[in-house]
Design a protein around this ligand. Structure first.
Ligand code: NI
Length: 176
């Protein structure tokens, strides 16, 4: 196991478009270990999603998992592509492991259809909604060099963590 360091806002890698993973890489031990290292880094940082550029690797890999009632199963997205969005959008609070101490509201489609390779290299098409859909969009944004801050349309909701907990936490159950 390698302990992966998380890239923070300002690190150029977060602003680069990530490279697709060649299919033949997926089965290799080093790549499988990288996925496990990403999962470990995500859990350790108490996140529910992590994209490879956030650990200084500009590759199209995302790991996600959120336990609990409104959560979603462990999902590994390799070379993901959004095939379609629901026309309905909603606002939700987001934060990011690469943006310490800030939360802000982002409006996104409530449902998404995504195509990707799983960690076995198999093609999967998935329809997701709710927190699952928000997290998929947030993480795929990372692969395009985008952060949730870029998606905010109203910066009056930008909130420091302590103030979020004090004033806003009860408004919405989950935060990315
Ligand atoms: Ni993020």
């Amino acid at each position: 196991m390698t302990v992966l360091k998380i890239a923070k806002l300002g690190a150029p890698v977060l602003r680069q478009v990530a490279e697709p993973v060649p299919l033949e890489e997926i089965g290799k031990r080093a790549f499988q270990e990288f996925i496990d290292d990403m999962l470990e880094a995500m859990v350790k940082a108490e996140g529910i999603g992590l994209a490879a550029p956030q650990v200084f690797r500009s590759e199209q890999v995302v790991v996600m998992e959120c336990q609990g009632e409104h959560g979603f199963p462990r999902t590994i997205l390799i070379n993901p592509e959004i095939l379609g969005h629901s026309p309905v959008t909603a606002e939700g609070w987001e934060g990011c492991l690469s943006v310490d101490g800030l939360r802000g509201k982002v409006r996104r489609p409530v449902g998404v259809r995504v195509k990707y390779l799983d960690r076995d290299g198999k093609t999967v098409e998935l329809d997701a909604s709710g927190l699952y859909a928000i997290c998929i969009q947030h993480e795929i944004d990372h692969l395009q060099g985008k952060l949730f801050l870029d998606r905010m349309t109203d910066f009056t909701t930008l909130t420091q963590l302590e103030e979020f907990e004090k004033y806003w936490r009860t408004e919405h159950a989950k935060v990315i």
